[in-house]
Write a protein that binds this ligand. Structure first.
Ligand SMILES: [Zn+2]
Length: 222
């Protein structure tokens, strides 16, 4: 009875750090070189093929997951640093890059990031997401938001997000972006909300790996 029910569950194999793997293999990640980009697609396509084969062979729902690996992104890179030392562009930071994403500290336009990452979505049939980062809330520019969403759809993205920071003053309730103190009352009691994986969180709740990633994140330009 139970075996028959378990059969309908999903067995997902996830991956992080495609960017770092490509740097280790070629010296460039997939935002920097078209050859690395092609290799990246080949690697992810290969992983998808393997899980498809497992699904056939065992008659179970094996799928490929493009994961942010919230805990593992910090843990794996620490383990690899112990084994391989500090390798520039690979193990020289506090986290591995989310799934097939272009590294968060890399300067890239919104359009290029969407076009590059979109092609990976189809392979990650257990789940996938791409983000673009804006440097401020796009409250007065709904047309820009619509243009971004349309490009995401055209680039074959199954799931995508537009990230922007929001700060809120706990003293007077003003929201916006504050450097150190509230621009309206001067209070330094600021709640800082960011999205670094699939959901919104206040900055003080991120683990070490994700806090390091947040510090490195660059906004994407139009
Ligand atoms: Zn205030």
């Amino acid at each position: 009875m139970i075996a028959g029910a378990i059969k309908h569950g999903t067995l997902s194999i996830g991956f992080i750090g495609l960017a770092e793997a490509l740097v280790a293999l070629t010296g460039n990640h997939h935002g920097q070189s078209i050859d690395s980009y092609e290799l990246g697609l080949e690697i992810v396509n290969y992983m998808k093929k393997r899980v498809d084969e497992y699904a056939e062979e065992y008659d179970l729902n094996y799928t490929l997951l493009a994961t942010p690996a919230e805990g593992l992104s910090g843990r794996f890179i620490k383990m690899d640093r112990k084994l391989f030392g500090t390798i520039p562009g690979v193990t020289d930071k506090g986290y591995y890059t989310n799934s097939f994403h272009i590294p968060v500290a890399y300067d890239i336009s919104i359009a290029k990031k969407i076009a590059l990452e979109g092609a990976f979505h189809r392979y990650a049939n257990a789940g996938h997401i791409s983000y673009v980062e804006l440097d401020a809330p796009p409250v007065h520019n709904p047309e820009a938001v619509e243009a971004i969403i349309r490009q995401m759809a055209e680039s074959d993205m199954g799931y995508a997000g537009i990230n922007f920071p929001i700060d809120e003053c706990r003293s007077c309730g003003t929201s916006g972006l504050f450097d150190d103190a509230c621009t309206s009352c001067g209070s330094e009691d600021i709640r800082r909300v960011r999205r670094i994986t699939g959901y919104l969180s206040t900055v003080d709740r991120f683990n070490d790996g994700k806090a390091a990633e947040l510090k490195d994140r660059k906004s994407h330009f139009i």
